[in-house]
Design a protein around this ligand. Structure first.
Ligand SMILES: Cc1ncc(COP(=O)(O)O)c(C=O)c1O
Length: 380
């Protein structure tokens, strides 16, 4: 069994994907071929924003957004403590200070009350300038934008939605990657919408930021002229082959993958409820795109032992994430390491992600759930 079975997806879409790849190779338009523009248009339309700019990966996407906002030394960016490293790495790379905010136990996403507390603390201390909030749509579930957007407005902070894991999720019918002043995503192969290598995208309704990001992503070019460089930028583009691969994958994602992965997640939730573990319950206004199905094991359970026993049954499991961001060695001795995030610390000790993907068979979901149930009986 695969944790996320990209081979099965390839089998389902093989003909179209190979046709697309072969078209790119015959045209030899490997960089900025027409498929890149076509994909950007389709992504912007699907998400419901004016501009989509593709780039090299989800990390560059966050960095490009921060560059457009000129975020740098002396600026504070609020980031959830429970996330992949990029969300905090990018502001730090720009010289800003990521301040890590604890998350909610049931959604795994940034706790709006704790966010406001952290903002007030930075403002009252007056040492640094509170500039932006990076929300993460963790494991496919949009963050609590009903609460976080008004907080950003109240304190005049820019909102960057890191939708690397959230593409396809929604809140009140509004799609992920449209909640931020700028939003970003990743097309890393195992993401809800993944390509066959690295890839990413930036979404915004703001014309000025979109044009700045297009410039920063191609060596600070002026307009369309790559050899007239008016600012220091970087080289971060989505290859034409990756765009061409994403076109049929986006169709499948919209037509059935998002629906099917939700069925798998619902099955897990039915099979695993009532056993004393924390399950990812999705409130009715939200739709998750299930980048991960992550449970919280009961406190008395030895997670490594459970993983070993699952692995003996050929069931792969993963731990996302082992370490709170504020305890990562890279932040040691900095302002960022001072965060107080007990929920994240607890989650890091207890979470376990189970195999999930849109092509998973019902028998396999049953097998994973029953195996886990059986393994956990030892701890009763
Ligand atoms: C929450 C989050 N942000 C950012 C990224 C970075 O994306 P990429 O690997 O495409 O740079 C990831 C990728 O795992 C992620 O999960």
């Amino acid at each position: 069994m695969e944790f996320r079975d990209l081979k099965k997806q390839y089998q389902a879409l093989k003909q179209e994907i190979e046709h697309q790849i072969s078209n790119v190779i015959s045209s030899s338009q490997f960089i900025s071929g027409f498929q890149v523009g076509e994909l950007e248009e389709k992504l912007a339309e699907y998400v419901g924003v004016k501009h989509c700019i593709t780039c090299g990966n989800g990390t560059d996407a966050i960095t490009l957004a921060l560059m457009a906002w000129e975020i740098g030394p002396g600026d504070v960016v609020f980031v959830p403590d429970f996330t992949f490293f990029s969300s905090g790495e990018c502001p730090a790379y720009e010289g800003a200070i990521p301040i890590f905010v604890d998350v909610e136990e049931d959604t795994y996403n940034m706790d709006p009350k704790k966010l406001e507390k952290a903002i007030i603390k930075v403002i009252n201390e007056g040492k640094y300038k509170a500039k932006a909030v990076i929300t993460v749509d963790l494991f496919g579930l949009p963050a609590n934008y009903d609460a976080i957007q008004p907080i950003c407005e109240k304190y005049k902070l820019l909102l960057l939605e890191d939708g690397a894991q959230g593409f396809g999720g929604s809140l009140h019918g509004q799609l992920a990657c449209s909640f931020g002043d700028i939003s970003t995503t990743s097309f890393f192969p195992a993401k809800p919408l993944g390509c066959y290598g690295d890839g990413g995208a930036i979404f915004t309704d703001n014309d000025e930021w979109a044009s700045l990001i297009r410039s920063y992503g191609v060596h600070g070019k002026s307009g369309e002229d790559k050899y007239n460089n008016i600012r220091i930028g970087m080289n971060s583009r989505l290859d034409t082959i990756q765009a061409a691969i994403l076109l049929p994958k986006l169709n499948a994602f919209k037509e059935y993958e998002l629906r099917d992965i939700n069925k798998i997640a619902n099955m897990y939730t039915e099979l695993l409820s009532g056993l004393g573990m924390g399950l990812p319950i999705i409130n009715g206004e939200y739709v998750s795109s299930w980048a991960q199905y992550t449970i919280q094991l009961p406190e008395n359970v030895n997670r490594a032992e459970v993983q070993q026993k699952m692995s003996e049954k050929s069931i792969p499991t993963m731990v996302y994430y082992m370490k709170p961001m504020h305890r990562q060695e890279a932040f040691m001795g900095t302002e960022s390491s001072k965060a107080d995030c007990p929920v994240t610390v607890q989650l890091c000790n207890r979470v376990l992600s189970l195999p999930i993907h849109p092509y998973m068979k019902k028998e396999d979901v049953n097998f994973v759930a029953n195996s886990l149930k059986q393994i956990l009986t030892v701890y009763k």
